[in-house]
Design a protein around this ligand. Structure first.
Ligand SMILES: Cc1cc2nc3c(=O)[nH]c(=O)nc-3n(C[C@H](O)[C@H](O)[C@H](O)COP(=O)(O)OP(=O)(O)OC[C@H]3O[C@@H](n4cnc5c(N)ncnc54)[C@H](O)[C@@H]3O)c2cc1C
Length: 496
């Protein structure tokens, strides 16, 4: 390019993380001549969060044709939730709700994000995307569908022009900040603390007893499951990235858990916790990262000529790892809109508005599930009852339809009015029960070594047909038996 010359593109993407690469893959799959340039500010990716994939994300990634990149990551063997309501130091007092991944239609992964984001960026570069790195945006002027940028990269100044600019700059939210867009008011107020640990203690030091069924039947060893330690108003993730490194972090409701000195808080929580103190004894801890405000969602996701994707627009909560799933779905929507815009040379306001409404409704739907979850996290039977209902809805409404009809992959979960009402009634009921039990000094009734399996799976054989029915019966039975147990304990307390 000559000095003073302007490079004209179809699309400029700010940021070169997962959101940017997903969007490029989806666009280039349908139109390999789409002219895209990525501006990435870093010279090298730092270690990022977002390390566990869910089933739906695995399906979406499969469709993006990056199986060869995923294969160098660690296979995730399932999900586990561990409860220790009496803070006992006896491992057999821990109650467990687990979902091993048996061989089937879907394989999820634990991701080393530094390596994964780099591999993805190189992949899209190979497929024809231009990448400027390290890039600094010096000026950005826009008028409807005409964007002009001046960028500095390795002491070179470049003038760029594009009909569309998509912001994929993550939590730095470049466009959202510079255009002065606002976020919606949301009820959920959570924060997070996390670090990578090297050489944590083997599972037989801190975990529930060895599970031979899991280790022989699931797609990988139990230690490579995403393990959650459930605590009052908070939860921890334990994600083994490989034999050496484990990602450990905590999410907490800020209305119940106060954090003054984040680093000190993280260290003391670990020291006082029965499982975490054993697990991390003698392990090497990396830098502690604090995220004060985890959830947010922009009121606006586009204007003619600019759009947001990924963390630049919204993030909710990492429980059940929906982050990359929503980004994958958003990328499918956005790529269709951008391809249509180029093909027709016309901005279709109605279609863009429909996308924005769909996204906000999907965000709202998930938020409802999370808002009620934090108040019951400390309780084994209340939380598992809630999760069983969620498992049925998620598998039957989202995962199964997407396996059968791949065109449904881009459709996120959205509640109807009646579904929302039902979820709110049950959510409020479970939260009230937790408060009541707390006041009465009661905990879940679980015997020693309690273990239940969720039944969540997407089998390849005939069991594919009946799995959703099984999940429905587990959810209904779980809720009814919880209410019966409550009635019995109420009767007992009246007799006393
Ligand atoms: C506590 C926590 C745990 C999570 N766990 C999970 C999980 O288990 N599973 C899951 O699926 N998701 C998880 N997530 C969500 C996931 O981490 C994010 O949604 C995802 O990483 C966002 O990707 P992104 O590409 O939008 O942003 P990023 O990965 O942040 O990428 C943005 C890129 O933009 C670049 N950039 C920034 N500013 C500029 C600029 N001005 N110019 C040019 N480049 C710029 C940055 O260098 C960066 O490379 C978690 C999130 C949190 C908060």
């Amino acid at each position: 390019m000559e000095p003073g010359e302007t490079l004209t593109l179809d699309l400029i993407i700010i940021g070169g993380g997962i959101s940017a690469s997903f969007l490029c893959l989806d666009i280039l799959k349908k139109n390999p001549d789409f002219n895209i340039l990525i501006l990435e500010s870093s010279t090298e990716f730092p270690q990022k969060i977002g390390e566990s994939l869910v089933d739906m994300t695995a399906l979406i990634l499969e469709q993006k044709g990056i199986g060869h990149i995923l294969q160098s990551q660690t296979k995730k063997s399932g999900i586990r939730f561990l409860f220790n309501e009496n803070r006992s130091r006896d491992r057999s007092d821990i109650a467990e709700f687990a979902s091993p991944t048996f061989p089937g239609k879907i394989n999820a992964y634990h991701l080393d994000r530094k390596r994964f984001d780099q591999d993805l960026l190189e992949e899209v570069e190979c497929r024809g995307v231009q990448v400027l790195r390290p890039a600094e945006i010096l000026s950005f002027e826009r008028k409807d569908l005409e964007n002009q940028l001046v960028v500095k990269c390795n002491d070179q100044y470049l003038s760029l022009r594009a009909r569309w600019v998509v912001d994929a700059s993550g939590r730095s939210r470049y466009l959202h900040q510079s255009l002065g867009w606002k976020d919606k008011n949301i009820e959920l107020q959570t924060g997070s603390l996390m670090a990578h640990f090297k050489h944590i203690q083997p599972n037989d030091v801190w975990d529930t007893p060895e599970n031979k069924h899991w280790d022989t039947k699931a797609i990988a060893l139990r230690k490579f499951s995403t393990t959650h330690l459930m605590r009052p108003y908070s939860w921890w993730w334990i994600i083994r990235l490989d034999e050496v490194t484990t990602s450990i972090g905590v999410m907490f409701d800020k209305r119940k858990v106060q954090v003054n000195d984040p680093e000190e808080h993280f260290r003391s929580l670990i020291k006082e916790d029965p499982e975490l103190s054993k697990m991390t004894s003698g392990a090497e801890m990396g830098a502690i990262r604090y995220i004060e405000n985890v959830p947010y969602v922009s009121e606006q996701l586009f204007e003619p000529g600019v759009a947001l994707i990924g963390d630049s627009g919204a993030f909710m909560d990492p429980l059940f790892s929906p982050g990359l799933e929503l980004i994958g779905q958003q990328s499918l929507w956005l790529s269709e809109l951008l391809l249509k815009d180029k093909q027709e040379g016309m901005f279709d306001l109605k279609a863009w508005r429909k996308y924005q409404t769909q996204f906000h409704t999907a965000y709202d739907t998930r938020l409802t599930m999370y808002q009620f979850a934090y108040g019951i996290m400390g309780s084994h039977d209340l939380f598992t009852t809630w999760t069983k209902l969620g498992n049925f809805v998620y598998l039957s409404r989202i995962v199964y339809p997407s396996v059968v009809f791949p065109s449904r992959l881009k459709m996120p979960l959205r509640f109807t009015f009646l579904e929302r009402l039902g979820v709110q009634i049950i959510g409020k009921r479970l939260n009230r029960l937790y408060d009541k039990r707390l006041a009465q000094g009661r905990t879940s009734k679980t015997g020693k070594g309690h273990l239940t399996y969720s039944g969540v799976r997407v089998p390849k054989d005939w069991r594919f047909i009946y799995t959703p029915l099984l999940l429905l019966s587990k959810a209904a039975f779980g809720y009814v038996s919880l209410e019966i147990r409550e009635l019995v304990s109420l009767k007992k307390s009246v007799h006393k």
